[in-house]
Write a protein of this length. Structure first.
Ligand code: ACM
Ligand code: ZN
Length: 543
């Protein structure tokens, strides 16, 4: 998958030529209008432009017509309804999805995009490559193409360029916490479009929390009747029906994004346990907690497993993807230590202690899902200690570098588990650039820090490293209209780390490119925030 050498250097043709030959004289990349983020592996610019006209044609075989239709829809931003045909017949002005059937011979690239004066040719090894080429192409057009209502522009041109591009990691995720705050289906679809633009391919959906259970489970109606309304705020009410979820999964699929649901257990479960208090150790409803709750599902009680397995049956029906995240973070064991049922289970199974009981609990559910062909992700907490071994279908998400350094990462690799790296320093986009609400100065970071100091980015190359994730937690009431300003522009740095192969641009060079996308973000209605503390205006509102 990975190109052997970095070529993200911009070259420009030395002579104006009809066929757009690409020469090797380097130009100052700061001066180039070509700003694609994440930056491609190799980009050679040439003189001249391709001009889209109402008579332009998209050529795509039927098997990838749906991707051509995605482009066709976006090109409506020009005011033109560009035709799609399935055969290349010497058209004068064409966007050609060059066929690659069957998709078996790999050349290690995601896609190649060649723009010349009369022709745009896209080739790819996989359908996803055509889609990523389309995302790149849309960034080559003037930003107004993204607008729903400005068709006033006279000319829609794309600079001649040859781009070869590949992804660094197969796993590139963004997590949204819909547990603490609820977001609408439209908001989530809007974010799926944003992820597609950034070539992020996993939407990790944190669906359950102390403050809200958001996924309908018809067998246990109280989960949503009660569990989706346990917090006080207006935007903390709500849940996703089966129809909502199917719509989101389908919308994501068209954008080559897998939706990975997270059911966070045994901790962060107050909302479920308020609905079904008989599944706690004390048989008492807890309080809906914003942070870490002392109350867990009782892992000694067989009814807990029956309940969770039934819940997971529905989760598997709704989410056809290969992965399910079962949380496992921040589960304090004081209550299990005192619970006779939990302690009895520990004794019966010859486990070491309550932490080992969590591994047994995790293993049992991972085995259950393994039989359904699923891989199961846990937050790194489950590998901090030795003890009960976890099955092979377990993947570890390394998150807590602030609290435990690289312990989860190292232990996961030692035990042969694949790892996703998305550490709280610095992949948690809810941390603002300057202190806000309960986020003090130790929980802030700026664009330079995320771009230059991300521990996930200094990983030793290892086949077990699946990729990188970033998270947007919604604690302390991060409502829908506050999310963009936390996510942008810093997510650009993360998307770059997830996608771009090889040497990086300097911070200044990259930030220059980032700023040049702000016109696009404005047209898309993305309310980007400041990148650096010194850019935060007096009185700036993070909420
Ligand atoms: C986490 O941030 N508690 C995974
Ligand atoms: Zn118990």
């Amino acid at each position: 998958m990975i190109m052997s050498k970095l070529f993200v250097k911009i070259f420009i043709a030395g002579i104006v030529c009809f066929s757009c030959n690409y020469s090797n004289s380097r130009v100052d990349r700061k001066a180039t209008p070509i700003n694609i983020i994440p930056t491609p592996t190799e980009l050679n610019a040439a003189k001249g432009t391709f001009k889209l006209t109402p008579a332009s044609v998209i050529v795509a075989e039927d098997s990838i017509k749906y991707i051509a239709e995605f482009l066709q829809e976006k090109l409506k931003g020009t005011g033109y309804n560009i035709r799609i045909v399935n055969e290349n017949k010497d058209f004068k002005n064409v966007i050609y999805f060059k066929p690659k059937n069957p998709f078996d011979e790999k050349n290690g690239l995601s896609y190649q995009l060649n723009v010349s004066l009369k022709k745009i040719v896209i080739s790819a090894d996989e359908p996803s490559g055509y889609f990523y080429a389309v995302q790149t192409l849309l960034q080559l057009f003037p930003p107004e193409i993204l607008s729903k209502d400005s068709h006033t522009r006279k000319e829609w041109s794309v600079p001649c360029v040859d781009i070869k591009d590949a992804a660094k990691y197969n796993w590139r995720s963004f997590m949204l916490d819909s547990g603490r705050q609820f977001q609408t289906v439209d908001f989530i679809k809007r974010y799926l479009d944003i992820l597609a633009m950034l070539k992020i391919n996993v939407f990790h959906w944190h669906l359950t929390e102390g403050q809200g259970w958001r996924i309908e489970i018809k067998k246990y109606p109280k989960l949503t009747e009660i569990g989706s309304k346990v917090a006080d705020g207006e935007e903390q009410q709500g849940y996703y029906t089966y129809e909502d979820i199917r719509e989101i999964v389908e919308y994501a699929k068209k954008r080559f994004i897998t939706v990975v649901p997270e059911i966070d257990i045994p901790g962060h479960s107050d909302a479920a346990l308020i609905a079904y208090p008989e599944l706690t150790c004390q048989k008492q409803a807890p309080k809906a907690t914003m942070g870490v709750s002392p109350v867990l599902f009782c892992a000694g009680n067989e009814k807990t497993y029956e309940f969770l397995q039934n819940v997971l049956d529905t989760v598997c029906e709704l989410f056809p993807g290969e992965y399910i995240h079962l949380g496992g973070d921040e589960a304090p064991k004081a209550i299990w230590d005192q619970c006779p049922v939990c302690q009895n289970k520990i004794k019966q199974l010859h486990l070491k202690n309550s932490d080992d009981l969590q591994r047994y609990f995790s293993k049992r559910l991972a085995d259950y899902l393994g039989k359904k062909g699923k891989k199961v992700i846990f937050w790194g907490d489950v590998v901090y200690d030795d003890g009960e071994t976890l099955p092979d279908n377990v993947i570890v998400y390394w998150w807590n570098s602030r609290g435990h350094g690289d312990l989860a990462y190292k232990n996961a690799i030692k035990r042969g588990h694949s790892v996703i790296c998305g550490t709280n320093a610095y992949c948690y986009l809810n941390y603002p650039v300057v202190p806000w609400s309960k986020y003090d100065s130790t929980r802030t970071f700026d664009f330079k820090t995320v771009y230059e100091k991300n521990p996930s980015d200094i990983l030793v190359p290892n086949d077990l490293v699946m990729g990188m994730g970033c998270c947007l937690w919604t604690d302390w009431y991060v409502k829908m209209d506050m999310i963009d300003q936390r996510v942008f522009p810093r997510i650009y740095a993360l998307a770059e780390q997830m996608w771009h192969v090889g040497e990086r641009l300097t911070l200044d060079e990259f930030y220059m490119q980032v700023k040049s996308t702000y016109d696009r973000l404005k047209i898309l209605g993305i309310d980007y925030g400041p990148a650096f503390a010194n850019e935060v205006p007096d009185g700036y509102k993070w909420d």
